[in-house]
Write a protein that binds this ligand. Structure first.
Ligand code: IVH
Length: 679
């Protein structure tokens, strides 16, 4: 075999492993997905031609292995225990006091971690190579799922040895999860393919790990956070904190919201913080795990049959509860869509009282067979609208009533229609007051005209009293009219008038968002504003011109042309302008301003500065480069376009040379800043 091919394979394996870790473990990709895919494809080609180059830990091994007949099972060398649960600060204090007594000490420090709601696995590494992965099973024996776990990009196939030498044997435990956004995308895909949906990320992760065909697992967006230790030979840790740092050095993804070596009091404070953070996290957690930090103390405390004495789970209040559907009402949205909403017997879910939950649409009700009177499971994930997950069949009495989608709009009584390939039933009367209310609410919302103090109740009142019949009417509301409304004082009426006047000056992108054009959210509105100097140019743009806008998509461009081709919509714009709405477009101007920059050699380039500059400070150089549209970073990588090396440049210069990156001296920099090019 050609030695060159062997070298290329090794290089590709190394680089792909590096970039996969940047992406999946460190969340900091340095190359594009496309570049990665091209490299992977090349490596696959080579390994197919020369199978002897296809080493155990090659990145190509992540695509799945031939299907299994069934899973083998294997014992855990050390049992995988579960945790006792605590539900109050008192429970935790009791736990702490037991430990102090047991150890006959006065001080214990803890490491606390989010309790991830996923699937626990154990990974066995021999001489740094992943040789086996198992599920937790009954804690004593688990199923061998090595092929499946190899497909998880954040699981190292070989432990990184740059910072620390891997021990002869180490078993690392962790939680396999699916990030919320990936879960949503996965379910969307399944919906499109007519497959059944996963109830939550944990079920999806569990189901994916249980595939006999690892090629299926490979297509699932699994990730793993490492947190625990099984057997180890040839390495020792003093604390859990130190262990976690070692895991990071080996290339594992370790949760960023971990507090190391803190007191009990700090742990309790952090529990509150974690609960606040929970809605914003992109994965599900159901509590906090408190672990005694010192490993010698852990050993001294030991284990009970099913759980350790040195750790406990402080659970969050449940976000799933059961309740009863008292009724199903139908809401009419901004675009006329009828949404069935369950009226629930009020129930506390995750610390909030819930009395309504969306049922999405008719198909969803049929699929889940939801009836009025049913006992149901309700979830609330973060700040998302609560939803009904499923009916508790065993609680059926036979008195439940089936629900039928109305054939007339519950608000304006116009007939409703359902397009053949859509799930939504719509009220076809564009003058429907329910639609108008929702359109106005959207119009004045934060991302639209952002009118302070114009909430749901007030919008309803204004529409019901015929004071607002279209957007433009908002701008002619007078203080005296508003003050005469129910529950509206002189002062709040004046404040509202001021807020409306203030909102009259609006950016083009906010206006476009506010109009509520189909498929035109915040992003699309910004794309449009960047392309067109003003509204007239956009209104007259043809479909082709719109389609050429990168990122807008066909649906977006069709919706825009359709919207502006309707005379009534053009008239609304005229009325807004007539009412004194003033549109500016700072996004377009920004783009115009940067035209000049775009021609410069440094524009859009990634540049690293190193060493001492003589004629300017590092910050001055940075600012000058950034003004020209360059990205100035601090580490040299294959993504770096230029390294600017001042006096006494050291390791960065060496690395840049190694990677064949163009190195500029200070004199080159000055010349190029001024002339935009190198001689
Ligand atoms: S430590 C003996 N740390 O919770 C220590 N577990 O009820 C046991 N879990 O099966 C595990 N996040 O699936 C630990 N940061 C974390 C965890 C965690 C989630 C799960 C794990 C375990 C269960 C115990």
């Amino acid at each position: 075999m050609d030695l060159k091919i062997k070298e290329e394979a090794r290089r590709l394996q190394k680089e792909l492993t590096f970039h996969s870790r940047q992406y999946h473990v460190l969340d900091d990709p340095l190359i594009s997905d496309h570049e990665y895919d091209m490299m992977l494809r090349r490596l696959k080609e080579i390994e197919t031609l020369f199978p002897e180059l296809s080493v155990e830990d090659s990145p190509t091994k992540r695509i799945g292995a031939p299907p299994l007949e069934s899973f083998e099972s294997a014992p855990h060398t050390l049992p995988m225990l579960s945790l006792d649960n605590a539900f109050s600060d008192q429970d935790i204090t009791d736990f702490h006091n037991r430990i102090l007594k047991n150890l006959e000490t006065k001080k214990v420090l803890y490491t606390v971690e989010p309790k991830l709601d996923g699937v626990a696995v154990e990974l066995r590494y021999e001489e740094g190579i992943l040789v086996r992965a198992t599920t937790r099973g009954d804690g004593f024996r688990g199923e061998v799922i090595t092929d499946n776990v190899r497909t998880i990009r954040s699981v190292p196939l070989r432990l990184d040895r740059d910072k620390k030498n891997p021990p002869a044997l180490i078993e690392v435990r962790g939680e396999v999860i699916i990030f919320e956004k990936d879960f949503q995308a996965l379910n969307r895909q399944r919906l499109e393919k007519g497959e059944s949906l996963f109830a939550n990320p944990r079920n999806a992760a569990a189901g994916s790990l249980r595939q006999l065909d690892s090629k299926i697992t490979a297509k699932r967006p699994l990730a793993m956070f490492a947190y625990g230790l099984g057997q180890v030979q040839g390495m020792d840790f003093n604390t859990q904190a130190e262990f976690l740092e070692t895991l990071e050095a080996f290339g594992f993804r370790v949760n960023p919201h971990i507090r190391k070596g803190i007191s009990l009091k700090e742990a309790l404070v952090f529990y509150g913080r974690l609960q606040e953070m929970r809605p914003d996290l992109d994965y599900e957690i159901d509590g906090m795990v408190i672990k005694v930090d010192r490993i010698d103390m852990q050993r001294a405390l030991g284990e009970k049959i099913k759980s350790p004495r040195w750790a406990i789970a402080y659970k969050f209040p449940a976000t799933q509860e059961t309740s009863t559907i008292n009724d199903i009402r139908v809401q009419v949205g901004r675009t006329g869509t009828l949404t069935p909403v369950a009226e629930l017997a009020p129930v506390r879910v995750g610390g909030v009282t819930v009395s309504r939950a969306t049922l999405h649409n008719e198909d969803e009700i049929i699929r889940k067979d939801i009836r009025i009177g049913d006992r149901v499971l309700v979830v609330r994930a973060g700040d998302v609208i609560p939803k009904v997950v499923k009916v508790i069949d065993s609680a059926r009495t036979g008195d439940e009533k089936e629900f039928c989608m109305p054939r007339f709009c519950p608000v304006c009584n116009s007939p409703v229609s359902r397009l053949p390939d859509e799930a939504a039933v719509k009220c076809i009367n564009s003058g429907c007051p329910a639609q108008l209310k929702e359109r106005i609410r959207h119009f004045v919302s934060k991302k639209g005209f952002d009118v302070d103090g114009l909430g749901k109740k007030l919008v309803e009142l204004l529409v019901d009293k015929d004071l607002v019949k279209d957007f433009a009417d908002l701008f002619s509301l007078e203080q005296s009219t508003l003050a005469a409304l129910d529950r509206m004082g002189e002062k709040s009426a004046q404040n509202l008038v001021n807020a409306i006047r203030h909102a009259k000056r609006v950016s083009l992108n906010r206006l476009l968002f506010a109009l509520g054009i189909d498929h035109t959210g915040e992003n699309a509105a910004m794309l449009l504003a960047r392309e067109f100097p003003g509204l007239p140019e956009l209104m007259d743009a043809d479909q082709l011109r719109l389609e050429s806008i990168h990122g807008l998509g066909e649906k977006g461009s069709t919706a825009i042309t359709r919207f502006f081709s309707i005379p009534e919509n053009r008239a609304v714009i005229q009325r807004l302008l007539g009412a004194g709405v003033e549109i500016f477009n700072d996004l377009y101007r920004l783009k115009e301003d940067s035209r000049e920059e775009q021609d410069h050699v440094f524009s859009a380039k990634t540049i690293v500065l190193t060493g001492t500059l003589e004629t300017m400070t590092r910050d001055e150089a940075k600012t000058a480069l950034r003004d020209l549209g360059a990205k100035v970073t601090s580490t040299v990588s294959s993504k770096t376009d230029f390294l600017i090396a001042g006096a006494k440049a050291g390791s960065k210069l060496a690395k840049a040379k190694n990677l064949n990156i163009t190195v500029l001296e200070e004199s080159d920099l000055i010349h190029m800043l001024a002339h935009g090019k190198r001689d």
